[in-house]
Design a protein around this ligand. Structure first.
Ligand code: TMP
Ligand code: ASP
Length: 234
């Protein structure tokens, strides 16, 4: 697959054209940012680890009937994906209170939620990704009601599949963020699924094994990412 010119550079990944107009290369960087990129750093081999974890999870989800942008792993840091028109809605699913939910509602972290909590955030850095609802999505024309119904159904299924998978790896899936896109008229799960975009706690000790170690300066960041990869692979 020929790597063409750079299409887009985000905070954690770069997208490149290929010789096929409907396929792009997603290249994972070691760069890490938090709080709208006001905190910047680098996590050794994060790109390699997140590419491998994302490839494994997209394959798992595809095998369970969730359509994703994943085509194949190309190299340590590169994944071949279907080119999508990203829907500017970040979907957050929560099983245990933490982070933004604790802040929003003034509740402590670590409370097991009676049922999963779904949130939408408008993907717009200049507005700090505000919390939005279906009416806001319709008002802004970000997606159709039909698309959002699918987004909701897929997100619930993905939560069940990933919760079960991580549980078998000795990890609690606290919460995670998903992005969807349109490809040839179809809705596909896109972006990545990794310790950057999920909160993962050790089942026995509740040790944080995700990007919160970077966000909160908890140390042993690389080790946490490596540990998640090790558990997924075993
Ligand atoms: P939050 O509690 O800060 O809203 O984060 C919820 C989940 O979304 C958490 O698993 C981390 C992930 N996330 C991202 O992937 N990108 C982001 O920009 C933010 C703020 C959170
Ligand atoms: N990556 C996001 C940013 O830099 C935030 C985060 O993941 O916490 O804005």
């Amino acid at each position: 697959m020929k790597k063409g010119k750079k299409i887009y550079e985000g905070k954690a990944k770069i997208l490149y054209e290929t010789d096929k107009p409907d396929l792009v290369i997603q290249d994972f960087k070691d760069d890490a940012t938090a709080f709208d990129a006001t905190k910047k750093g680098s996590i050794k081999d994060k790109g390699v680890i997140n590419n491998e974890i994302s490839c494994a999870l997209f394959q798992l989800l595809e095998s369970k009937g969730i359509p994703t942008h994943f085509v194949k792993k190309l190299s340590d840091r590169e994944m071949l994906v279907k080119k999508v028109d990203i829907i500017l809605v970040e979907v957050t699913m929560r099983n245990i209170s933490a982070g933004g939910l604790s802040k929003l509602l003034g509740i402590e972290e670590g409370i097991v939620l009676k049922s999963p909590v779904l949130e939408y955030h408008y993907k717009k850095d200049s507005l700090h990704d505000p919390l939005i609802n279906d009416d806001h999505i319709e008002l802004l024309g970000l997606a159709t009601a039909k698309e959002m119904k699918k987004v909701k159904d897929y997100s619930s299924s993905i939560n069940e599949i990933l919760k079960d998978f991580f549980n078998k790896c000795g990890l609690k899936l606290v919460d995670f963020k998903l992005e969807f896109g349109r490809h040839k008229g179809r809705l596909l799960l896109a972006d990545e699924i990794s310790p950057d975009t999920c909160r993962l706690w050790d089942k026995k000790t509740n040790e944080k094994l995700d990007k919160d170690r970077f966000r909160r300066d908890l140390g042993k960041i690389e080790e946490a990412y490596q540990e998640v990869l090790k558990r997924i692979k075993s």
